[in-house]
Design a protein around this ligand. Structure first.
Ligand code: ATP
Length: 296
């Protein structure tokens, strides 16, 4: 469905993207992960045909994104990182305006999406919160049943309940065979929706994994509080597990699959509490790159 091949664009000042390549198959949900400024939006703008690459190309259903951009854009539902609204319109008027341009009668689906996302579309856009504007953008990307939906950080500004509704919407469309590419900072969002994901850093794809592989990269941080400070000290010295931090009666360790070992080691001590938190995406990147660099 989508082929990104050797995409390179260098901006003045040395930023940009270099040799970005990946493919997204029909019906697949593909995640695009990376820290701020990694090059996600730049890649997406090339896919949309808004920018001419220095090198490489993008094709969608065999059509070149740059030279055939108007045909390509008809196939896509697109949510940009920052939506450009038209002055003076309310949500409904803006969506009707877009629907006319899309040339598809999407009124039924539009109303359903507005109901699911629970917002008042008759609110003037200039009075809308960031989250409400984001909802208008999501409706615009989904309403005309495009074959490919491209979303640039779709849940930024949405509360946790709406993030959940968004995940459900993606899964429903996926079940119908819609293809997705979405950039995100949220591991949970990517984990719940995507089949595969690429990790981009400093303009280069540094990893391309299926979700199972990505999940196994996610370490858990386990905070153990011991009954006695001495026990905490001894545990830290003798457990052989990777200690992240230690102080008084508290020891934090990073666990990546070695749960049995953790439980065995803890069994010798009086434990007051154990808390487990998942590493955030940024930490996964850091850990992943550290490993890579050490391996080189
Ligand atoms: N038109 C441009 N001219 C010059 N530099 C640019 C331009 N567009 C993007 N950049 C730079 O290229 C780099 C990649 O930006 P991009 O917006 O693609 O990152 P991103 O991964 O989407 O980040 P974020 O998560 O913050 O949205 C950044 O350093 C950015 O400042």
């Amino acid at each position: 469905m989508l082929i990104v091949d050797g995409l390179t664009k260098h901006f003045e000042g040395g930023k940009g993207i270099t040799d970005v390549s990946f493919t997204v198959n029909q019906g697949e949900v593909f995640g695009f992960l990376g820290p701020n400024g990694a090059g996600k939006s730049t890649t997406i703008r090339h896919i949309m045909g808004f920018m001419k690459p220095d090198k490489g190309h993008v094709s969608i259903k065999g059509l070149d994104s740059w030279s055939k951009h108007s045909e390509v854009q008809k196939l896509i539902g697109y949510l940009p990182g920052e939506i450009a609204f038209i002055e003076g319109m309310n949500g409904k008027e803006f969506l009707t305006f877009l629907a006319d341009m899309q040339g598809v009668d999407s009124s039924v689906k539009r109303a359903r999406l507005i109901e699911r996302l629970q917002f008042d579309a008759s609110t003037p856009i200039r009075k809308m919160s960031k989250g409400m504007k984001q909802k208008v953008g999501i409706v615009a990307a989904f309403m005309h049943d495009p074959e490919l939906i491209i979303l640039d950080e779709p849940t930024s500004g949405l509360d946790p309940l709406m993030q959940q509704t968004f995940i459900e919407l993606v899964l429903e469309e996926k079940a119908k065979g819609t293809t997705f590419l979405m950039s995100s900072h949220s591991f949970t969002e990517i984990e719940r929706t995507c089949d595969r994901a690429a990790i981009i850093k400093e303009g280069r794809v540094v990893a391309l994994n299926n979700m199972h592989e990505l999940q196994s990269m996610q370490r858990k941080l386990v905070v153990i509080v011991f009954e006695r400070n001495d026990d905490a000290k001894q545990f830290a010295l003798t457990s052989g597990l990777p200690i992240v931090s230690q102080g008084d009666s508290r020891v934090t360790i990073a666990v990546q699959g070695n749960y049995n070992e953790l439980i065995r080691r803890c069994a010798n001590f009086e434990i007051r509490s154990i808390d487990v938190t998942a590493q955030n995406l940024e930490d996964i990147f850091m850990h992943y790159y550290d490993q890579k660099e050490n391996a080189l």
